[in-house]
Ligand binder design. Structure first.
Ligand code: ADP
Length: 433
């Protein structure tokens, strides 16, 4: 609407001034008449202003504005129009918010919104059933006060949310939850919690199955291997033609025993997130003894095995687990390096932590295999593995032992030139002498 405000003003003022002049002509007091006229005009405006003020103060969405005259009528109408428009926009926004809230509330996954300080701002119904959040008591509380699992505390304080976190529910041990945290807006956090109990149970069943089968197979295999050994000892008396067959059977039985031992070790490593013990381990002595075994494994292939280990630094952890991991790396270097090759083992520590590297001049690994190397039974070349008698579980064991010790594995390799496997341990795991 376009208004001719000046016209409106003149149209109301001119008759008033005319009346005042007429009154002045009759009474002869022009000044007083004009003053009285303008005074009345002012009072009328004030009264309109007061009506507007009262209406705005007692504003109710459905009550139309009071009837105004002239300019004031227009002002009342314009304000009313603006208010109606705002109301419609707000209504539409509210409808969108309601739909979003309804759909999030109906989600089976819990959704929690946290402010910058990690305090609870909003959550859906699933958060109440999965985590036990209570409305409204818990609003504004720090999330770490309500989920007190030490791993959650550590995960949340570290602030590295690339990987999700799996922990049992704080209200029911049998519920397994997976937490995903995403930062958004002004460093606020969105926590998505999924119920992964079924996956967890299946995973547990898989682990139990593998552990039980390995355990059950061990006894019959020991009996078979025992008799094979006796038969081989007396092969000349029984039938010398069986010698080769028996030797092969013994070799394969020993391979199966190694496989079962590795599977059992892996199953044991998987049952916990922490090392079996946390004694300071003298890495230099441990490596020295593994080096002797590696030299024996090398045998006639005569590898040059060099060891540089700083005796000043020890490693907090489980000696038996570390021995398994380090010997797997070192024996792999022997297995995959041709005769007369060089293997260099180093243990050192610096400001970043402790490091163990095993470098060989062996056959190397193509880059495309590197990301999958620590998967169980993953082999670069299956024919290669059967020659070396490997189980395909060595690097999976290394990975699990390193997880227990909060360490990570770096692999760099060039086909035909050699490989370097480096374990990086955090500063907290290193103990000086
Ligand atoms: P395996 O028992 O077959 O050695 P691992 O899990 O120890 O199983 O290793 C997985 C695969 O990684 C091996 O089959 C091998 O192809 C490759 N690999 C491991 N270490 C080396 C190495 N030092 N040089 C070359 N290839 C290696």
């Amino acid at each position: 609407m376009k208004h001719n405000w000046l016209g409106l003003l003149l149209r109301s003022l001119l008759p008033l001034i005319g009346c005042c002049l007429l009154l002045g002509l009759i009474t002869g007091a022009y000044g007083w008449s004009l003053a009285a006229g303008l005074g009345a005009y002012l009072i009328w405006h004030l009264s309109q202003l007061l009506r507007l003020h009262r209406w705005l103060k007692e504003y109710q969405p459905d009550v139309p504005p009071p009837d105004g005259h002239g300019l004031w009528g227009d002002v009342f109408d314009s304000i009313y129009q603006v208010q109606r428009r705002d109301q419609r926009v707000r209504g539409r926004l509210q409808a969108v918010i309601d739909r979003v809230q309804e759909s999030t509330a109906a989600l089976r996954d819990a959704v929690i919104m946290l402010d910058q300080d990690g305090n609870l701002e909003w959550w859906n119904r699933a958060a109440e059933t999965l985590i036990g959040l209570k409305t409204p008591q818990d609003s504004g509380q720090p999330i770490s006060n309500l989920i007190r699992h030490p791993r959650f505390k550590e995960y949340f304080e570290k602030g590295n949310f690339q990987e999700p976190l799996d922990i049992p529910s704080p209200i029911n041990d049998r519920l397994h939850l997976q937490f995903y945290v995403t930062r958004y807006g002004n460093n606020e956090q969105l926590v998505l919690v999924r119920n992964v109990t079924r996956i967890h149970q299946l995973e547990q069943m898989r682990k139990d199955f593998v552990a039980n089968v390995s355990h059950e197979l061990r006894t019959p295999l020991t009996v078979i291997a025992g008799y094979l050994e006796t038969l081989l000892d007396n092969v000349e008396e029984v039938n010398p033609r069986w010698r080769r067959a028996l030797q092969q059977m013994q070799q394969q039985a020993s391979r199966m025993q190694n496989l079962l031992n590795d599977l059992l070790l892996l199953a044991k490593l998987e049952t916990s997130d922490d090392p079996a013990e946390t004694q300071p381990v003298a890495v230099d002595q441990l490596l020295q003894s593994i080096k002797s075994d590696a030299q024996a494994l090398s045998g006639e292939r005569n590898h040059r095995i060099l060891l540089e280990a700083d005796p000043r630094f020890r490693l907090r952890g489980s000696e038996s687990e570390l021995r398994s991991a380090f010997s797997n790396l070192i024996f792999n270097a022997v297995k995959y390096t041709p005769a007369e090759g060089e293997i260099r083992i180093r243990w050192w520590a610096d400001g970043k932590g402790g490091h163990l590297s095993v470098q060989d001049t062996g056959i190397g690994i193509e880059a495309k295999h590197l990301p999958r190397l620590t998967e169980r039974f993953y082999r670069v070349d299956s024919s290669r593995a059967s020659n070396t008698g490997g189980t395909g579980l060595g690097l999976a064991i290394v990975k699990h032992v390193l997880i227990h010790h909060h360490a990570r594995l770096d692999i760099s390799s060039e086909p035909g030139k050699g490989s370097t496997f480096t374990c990086h341990f955090p500063v907290e795991q290193v103990v000086g002498r």
